[in-house]
Ligand binder design. Structure first.
Ligand SMILES: Cc1ncc(COP(=O)(O)O)c(C=O)c1O
Length: 402
C-alpha cells in the first residue's frame, strides 16, 4: 500500500496537531528520505518545449521557477496551512514581507484600513507611512475596545489589521469580537499571530480571514533564519496574494524553508516549555519591579481574555523598572547570562529596551501613547533552566538597586 506523504489533505487534516507539525506537507522524492529534502534550485527543466508551454499556461502541474514554487518551500506552506486550519499558505522571506504582502495585495488607492495602535514598529511604519503614500488611509485605534473599531469604520474600510498579544505592550485584542465586526461589514481581518503561533492561538477559529506570521520567531525558534507566512482561503492566497508575491519577489529561500520545517517539528514542545519558564520568571519579577505585563499572570488587565483565546501566554512579556532609560540600560548591561538582543521567539533568553531599539522609529509621542516608556524592558524567556535565569535577573536587579 502506498504510504501517506503528508500531501493528502483528507488524511492530514484529521491528524492531531503534534502529528501535523512533524509529517504534514512532506513530499518524498524517489530516494525515500525521512527528513524533508532541500531543493536548492532556482529553475526547473522540461522534457519538451510543449511541456514548458503547458506549465506556463496552467494546463500542466509542476514547477517553473523558484520565485513562484519550490518543493521545499511548498512542503513548509502545506504544513503551516494544515497546522493553521487554513485552506492555503504562502511563505515569504520575512515576517515584514508577509505583513506587507498581506496588506498591499488587497488594497488600492482610496481604500481605508483600521489598525490597532499597538503594533510591532515596522508594522506601524506600514500603517503610518507606507500605505498613506499610496493613497490608502489608515486609522490607528486602541484595539482593546471594540467601540474604537466600530467608530473608525468608514464606507471605504477594507481591512482590519492587528496583532495579539502586541509587541511589546502585550495588549490583548478580542479576536472574535473584532473579526465578527469585520465580517458583518464586509471588511477583511488580517491578524499577525507571531507571538502565540498556531500552537497557542488559532485566530481563524475566531473568525479571522487572514493570519500572517513572522516565522523568524517561534516557528524557527532557534534564532537562525528570517521567514514569514500568510494563511487564508485558497481564493485569497492563490489570487491576489500570489499575483503580488510572484511578481514582486519576497520569496522564501528553500534553505530557510527547510530550517523552519525542522523548527515546526519542535514548536509545540518549545513554546509550551518557554511559556512555563516565562510564567516562572514573571512571578519572580512581579515581586521586584514596579509593574510587569504578562498575559499569563492575573495582574495583566486582560488576563481572562488572553486565557480564553490562548492555550498559554507564550515566552514574551514586558516589565517596567522605573528610573527611566538610565536604569533600564544599566539593568541590561548587568546581565551575565541573558543576552541583550531585540530578537524574540528564540530558545535563548533575550532582553531589549524597545524604546531605543525595536520601537525607536515610532517617535516619542506614539510610543508614550501606547505605553512604551523609557523604563520599559521586554524579555523573551528561552529554554534555559528558569533557576539560572532568575539568578541572573536577581543579580542584575540588585546591581541597579531593585
Ligand atoms: C509581531 C511582529 N510582527 C512582525 C515582525 C516582523 O518579522 P520579521 O523580523 O521576520 O520581518 C515582528 C518582528 O519582531 C514581530 O514581532
Amino acid at each position: 500500500m502506498k504510504r501517506n506523504t503528508g500531501r493528502n489533505r483528507e488524511t492530514t487534516k484529521n491528524w492531531r496537531p503534534a502529528t501535523q507539525a512533524i509529517r504534514s506537507g512532506t513530499m518524498r522524492s524517489e530516494f525515500g528520505e525521512t527528513s524533508e529534502a532541500l531543493f536548492l534550485t532556482s529553475g526547473y527543466s522540461y522534457d519538451c518545449a510543449e511541456d514548458a508551454a503547458a506549465r506556463f499556461n496552467g494546463e500542466q502541474e509542476g514547477m517553473t521557477y523558484s520565485r513562484l514554487q519550490n518543493p521545499t518551500v511548498q512542503m513548509l506552506e502545506e504544513r503551516i496551512a494544515i497546522m493553521e486550519g487554513a485552506e492555503a499558505c504562502r511563505a515569504t522571506a520575512s515576517g515584514m514581507a508577509a505583513m506587507t504582502a498581506a496588506l498591499l495585495c488587497q488594497l488600492e488607492a482610496g481604500d481605508h484600513v483600521v489598525a490597532s495602535r499597538a503594533l510591532f514598529g515596522s508594522c506601524r511604519w506600514l500603517t503610518d507611512s507606507l500605505l498613506p503614500k499610496f493613497g490608502i488611509d489608515t486609522t490607528v485605534v486602541d484595539g482593546r475596545d471594540i467601540k474604537n473599531w466600530e467608530k473608525a469604520i468608514t464606507p471605504k474600510t477594507k481591512v482590519f489589521f492587528f496583532e495579539t498579544p502586541a509587541n511589546p505592550t502585550m495588549d490583548v485584542i478580542d479576536i472574535r469580537s473584532v473579526c465578527d465586526l469585520a465580517r458583518s461589514k464586509g471588511i477583511t481581518s488580517v491578524v499577525d499571530n507571531a507571538f502565540a503561533t498556531n500552537v497557542l492561538q488559532r485566530p481563524m477559529e475566531y473568525g479571522a480571514d487572514v493570519v500572517a506570521y513572522s516565522a523568524t520567531k517561534m516557528m524557527d525558534g532557534q534564532g537562525r533564519v528570517l521567514a514569514g507566512a500568510v494563511c487564508g482561503t485558497e481564493e485569497f492566497i492563490e489570487g491576489p496574494l500570489l499575483a503580488f508575491t510572484r511578481n514582486t519577489g519576497p520569496t522564501l529561500s528553500a534553505f530557510n524553508a527547510w530550517v523552519v520545517l525542522k523548527g515546526l517539528e519542535t514548536l509545540d514542545l518549545r513554546i509550551r516549555r518557554q511559556s512555563n519558564n516565562a510564567e516562572e520568571v514573571g512571578r519572580f519579577l512581579e515581586q521586584r519591579v514596579e509593574k510587569i505585563l504578562h498575559p499569563g499572570l492575573p495582574s495583566h488587565p486582560q488576563h481572562n481574555l488572553a486565557m480564553r483565546q490562548m492555550e498559554a501566554a507564550g515566552p514574551i512579556f514586558s516589565l517596567y523598572v522605573s528610573g527611566g532609560r538610565a536604569r533600564a540600560h544599566a539593568l541590561l548591561n548587568a546581565l551575565k547570562l541573558i543576552d541583550i538582543s531585540n530578537n524574540i521567539g528564540d530558545s535563548r533568553s533575550l532582553m531589549c529596551h524597545p524604546s531605543s531599539t525595536t520601537h525607536h522609529g515610532l517617535g516619542e509621542e506614539a510610543r508614550v501613547e501606547i505605553g512604551i516608556t523609557e523604563d520599559m524592558l521586554r524579555i523573551n524567556v528561552g529554554l534555559e533552566d528558569p533557576i539560572d535565569l532568575i539568578a541572573d535577573l536577581d543579580q542584575a536587579l540588585s546591581s541597579v538597586g531593585l
